[in-house]
Design a protein around this ligand. Sequence first.
Ligand code: SAH
Length: 220
Amino acid sequence: MNVSHSGIGMTSQRTRMRMIERLRTQGIADEVVLSAMGAIPRHIFVEEALASRAYEDVALPINYGQTISSPWIVARMSELLRVNKNLEKVLEIGTGCGYQTAVLAKIAQKVYSIERIGPLLTRTRIRLQELQIRNIYLKHADGLLGLAEAGPFDGIIMTAVTTHVPVSLLEQIIVGGRMIFPKGTQKQNLCVIERNSQGYNETVLEEVNFVPLLGGVVKK
Ligand code: SAH
């Protein structure tokens, strides 16, 4: 890794460890998630001008009107996805800058991630290659279709908000697996859908704030 990856000052390992301590005091208890986030240089995922803010507990702009989720949200969703179990295959919908993807790559054997904005995905692909994260497969497509050919997944994470998740997507989760996503319109909440042998069980959690899930793909 080069110097910019290791970071200095507000992007240093020490700043990153302070973020981890903050997450701990905010209630994140899964050490696997905390150690994954402690190992990934978050400042690499935002524009250089914003790098000094990368470890604050805020969402930041990442171009094309999208945002990188705050450290708290990434930790919370990862913890909810893992529920202290080893994850083999996971699907992420809404790759964005790839930070959540990189965290997932440390807590799951294999990560599939779908993004609808082509140019955003191209940059993310380069960034994840530079970080030498190899257990990731990225796809430019409409994520709501899922990726049936690679499934079924232990878990699905969606990082854009919608009111409704199609059953065809939920069917790509294994029995005993789960999907974590923001649900709503004006008011949004984190939502967990668990698949069991009888069907699906939904739990609504705390209020959150995500960009909307959109249909179709953006090529340029
Ligand atoms: N986890 C990302 C979140 C980015 S914001 C990060 O921290 O960077 C949500 C992302 O979902 C955006 O990049 C947006 O383009 C993408 N998105 C929205 N609707 C989508 C869809 N139908 N399929 C795939 N990606 C979608």
